[in-house]
Design a protein around this ligand. Sequence first.
Ligand SMILES: [Ca+2]
Length: 318
Amino acid sequence: MTKQKILFDTDPGVDDALALLYLHRHPNIDLLGITTVFGNAPISVTTRNARFLAEAWGIKAPVHAGAAVPLNWSGAPHPYPVHVHGANGLGNYPIAQEPREEMDTAARFIVDSIRQNPGQVRLLAVGGLTNLARALETDPAIADLVQDVVVMGGAFEIPGNVSPVAEANIYADPHAADRVFAASWKVTAVPLNLTGRTVITREALATISADANPEMQMVAALSQGYIDFYLQWGEAGMLVHDCSAAVFLTDPDLFTTRPGSVVVIKEGPAAGLTLQRLGAARYSPSEWDRRRTQLVCVGGDAAGILARIYDVCATPRN
Ligand SMILES: [Ca+2]
């Protein structure tokens, strides 16, 4: 079986770490590269974290630093969610390497990778969508050269997790998200509607990681503060947002998709709100008609998704 060529755009991030482990361990995935974006922590920190995980787990794919701020940025940045992902972005897991300034090469790397593998690359984005929007700006032709784009993000007709209407990854850069959904490439969103049901309890995590490989044991260790955060908010355990989107790459049958073009509200109190065109009603010609029909995973088999994550990530030490 030909392996899927995956580019992983990420802001590690506790749930990003589990997603990276899934991509690394899955036998049918060829991880072409890791690009980083600000989000769960500043860009220097998310990049340091991606390098730390890649080195610890023997991941050969290159790491490219990306955007430090959203498109059209002015004013103060959103505060980083240290109460969710810890002060160092990985649940305060001890990391010796200090963050450092790096050249922003992510958008160029995305473009070059797609150009070198026309029709074959799948982009998995589990942070703000700034790098993807900038790659499109650098070379708009990549929209027709990529296989598809899978995004963890959005909250469709349900409350958000960082504002009453917005999910964190879309809220991080609503302008970029709107461009990504509007482009001619095929996008599938895996939103809170589904990831809000992918819960791993502390007990389940302890059980699956007890005899598992060292990589999974590291994930379990760095996830403890993240679990505390979710317990505080009435969840039974941690939500595995990013890794659920990774499972879509390999097991799309576990997901229920809904077609319709998508618009993101870019400014004001509703910034980051994701809206999908529903139904077949005839409207006067508008912006909606110019947008490609995208897919939104409004539902799916949450237990099945978790079972796949356990199968792939938590195999016993050998
Ligand atoms: Ca993330």
